[in-house]
Design a protein around this ligand. Structure first.
Ligand code: PXP
Length: 239
């Protein structure tokens, strides 16, 4: 059965809108764990637009499940990971001015850099995941890099405008999951997932964990964090 890691970035987005103390992503993470979440995800961005260094430090202390740190593979962030030692680091591309992560890592173009960074993080006891698009080359290159996991970008499935397109993206996604599985790479999945589009994905085998943020935080504003997490857990654990 797939796990669910809750991304609490947008609780911090709301806090930073007023540069206030509330709402606290740490409190949200505790609520998510109380609701049964399998993990907590945060993205520490270079521009610190939502999650702050303080959040990372406190979450490392407080999270009892598994802390996944999304970050760019920059020197600054690698130093942060070494200092805090999250359970897993998910390497993502980061573009100045983007609203959210736009697409997966170019693992071919960044092969040499990743080939140094991945074993460095692993040697300090952290699992490594690479956020990649659902294409064969990216999966095969990720396997060569000996990453523990790939997180396959679900955006093209989530953004499909017609049922036909959605089915075709789903089939493509499943093929890529199976390829990664055959190459002994663990598979996580995320980006753009919500209470509707998750239901097809949970039918696919070999997905270790879903990483979901925006839709859960959006629902939590209306119904409360624990309820929003529980509702998503019900869907993820239903096969
Ligand atoms: N996975 C990655 C790599 C991401 O960058 C994000 C967004 O921070 C997510 C998953 C979660 O996406 P969403 O907020 O659309 O659920």
């Amino acid at each position: 059965m797939a796990k669910l890691s809750i991304n609490v970035d947008h609780v911090a987005t709301l806090r930073q809108a007023r540069k206030a103390a509330e709402p606290d992503p740490v409190a949200a993470a505790i609520s998510a764990e109380m609701a049964g979440a399998d993990g907590i995800t945060i993205h520490l961005r270079g521009d610190r637009r939502h999650i702050q260094d303080r959040d990372l430090k406190i979450l490392r202390e407080v999270v009892k499940t598994a802390l996944n740190l999304e970050m760019a593979a920059t020197e600054e962030m690698i130093a942060k990971a070494f200092e805090v030692k999250p359970d897993m680091v998910t390497l993502v591309p980061e573009k100045e001015g983007e609203i959210t992560t736009e697409g997966g890592l170019d693992v071919q173009a960044n092969f040499d850099h990743l080939n140094v960074v991945i074993p460095k993080l692993q040697s300090e006891g952290m699992l490594v995941s690479l956020f990649i698009n659902p294409d064969e080359e990216s999966i095969k290159t990720s396997a060569k890099l000996k990453t523990d996991y790939v997180e396959i970008n679900t955006d093209s499935y989530a953004c499909a405008k017609t049922v036909t397109e959605q089915i075709s993206q789903l089939e493509r996604f499943e093929k890529m999951v199976n390829l990664a599985h055959r190459l002994n790479v663990g598979v996580n999945a995320g980006h753009g997932l919500n209470y509707k589009n998750i239901t097809n994905l949970v039918q696919i085998q070999h997905i270790h964990e879903f990483s979901i943020g925006h839709s859960i935080v959006a629902r939590a504003v209306l119904v409360g964090f624990e309820k929003a997490v529980k509702e998503m857990l019900d869907l993820v654990k239903r096969r």
